[in-house]
Design a protein around this ligand. Structure first.
Ligand code: KG4
Length: 340
């Protein structure tokens, strides 16, 4: 089939996104963010699904318009089935089903985490675009996940390590909260850290085997440090905010990189990719580049626009499933937690 054109719909959390991809080339990628959660210091599921209901039609309309395609040119509707917030997933799933039925085209369910990994296959007019070759390792770090994924093909991915408690993004969010910063906290910590001394404070690193991660101990160690110092000096946070952020960020990056290096060495794989919201972190991106020089890695670091949730990654995943004839039944229901 010529000109395979896929509409992707992403609705796993608070963002509503729609994108059109033709033969792997990105024609449009529209994201409607939700500011409603800022006041609550985190995503409120009920508010997220309500806002999604309002945003989904205009977002898809805009994506179709920006791509300069008509609905009759769409070959399949790819949508996020999970993991994510059930209310948000239901909005996207219901809309995708209705649209696929009305257009008479296949429906394709997409795993949100696999979609994050396949972001590296989106062709978006980058000069000398070259996707990773299989197998490669992907460090997938977001607000809900911290995983090392062994990517064997477009469809075959094995999680070889993941967090046993908090995700890296959650740790960044918690650090910002302790310091009185905004939500989400990652970008705040990142900016503050750039003006601080990364070695000002020593924080606990987890002692955990294999390729597993853990961030809850670090979070607690940071909380206790701030609490104890504030008792002695109530201006401690204000005076040391940048050093605190830099030290916290350095520790998270060290934890992430140590296991990634171990996996790369044990599996003899030197093609390394980053994905997920935390892959926007400047120190993590720099660390991966440094390791690439030292260990001769070939690295794939996503553009900032592709680090957060977006439908372009859903559309590209949908395209590979479409090519493989992997269509979904209309009776399929969303899943909130990772299956298998
Ligand atoms: O992938 P994502 O957009 O959402 C899901 O978790 O699905 O990731 C959001 C997470 C948040 O925890 C946010 O604080 C973190 O990514 N994040 C960052 C940065 N930008 C976003 N963490 C560290 N540094 C950043 N620059």
């Amino acid at each position: 089939m010529d000109n395979i054109t896929i509409l992707g719909i992403e609705s796993s959390c608070d963002d509503t996104s729609a994108a059109v991809i033709r033969n792997g080339e990105l024609l449009s990628n529209v994201i409607a963010n939700q500011d409603v959660h800022i006041a609550y210091g985190g995503v409120v599921p009920e508010l997220a699904s309500r806002a999604l209901q309002l945003n989904i039609v205009p977002t898809i309309h805009q994506a179709i318009k920006n791509a300069s395609v008509s609905l009759s040119e769409i070959h399949a509707i790819a949508y996020t089935r999970g993991p994510g917030l059930m209310g948000s997933l239901l909005v996207g799933t219901s809309f995708a089903k209705g649209l696929a039925l009305s257009l008479g085209v296949p429906l394709i369910d997409v795993n949100h985490l696999k979609a994050h990994v396949l972001v590296h296959f989106i062709h978006d007019n980058t000069p000398n675009f070259k996707p990773p070759t299989f197998p490669f390792l992907c460090l997938l770090v977001s607000g809900g996940n911290s995983q090392i994924v062994l990517v064997k093909s477009y469809s075959e991915m094995e999680i070889i390590g993941q967090t046993i408690d908090d995700a890296a993004g959650e740790a960044f969010d918690k650090c910002a909260k302790i310091l009185g910063g905004p939500y989400p906290g990652g970008p705040f910590v990142d900016v503050m850290a750039q003006q601080g001394d990364a070695y000002a404070f020593n924080l606990n690193k987890p002692r955990i085997g294999g390729y597993q991660y853990s961030f809850s101990g670090l979070k607690t160690s940071f909380l206790y440090l701030v609490r104890d110092e504030m008792k002695k000096n109530p201006a401690f946070i204000e005076q040391r905010k940048t050093d605190l952020c830099a030290s916290f960020q350095r520790t998270v990056v060290e934890i992430l990189m140590e296991k990634l290096l171990k996996a790369s060495q044990d599996y003899h794989i030197s093609t390394i990719a980053l994905a997920g919201g935390v892959s926007a972190n400047s120190a993590l991106r720099k660390a991966v580049e440094n390791y690439a020089h030292i260990y001769n890695w070939t690295t794939f670091i996503p553009k900032l626009a592709f680090t957060t949730d977006n439908a372009a990654m859903v559309a590209i995943t949908g395209m590979y499933k479409f090519k493989a004839g992997e269509y979904s039944d209309i009776s399929l229901t969303p899943f909130a937690k990772t299956l298998v």
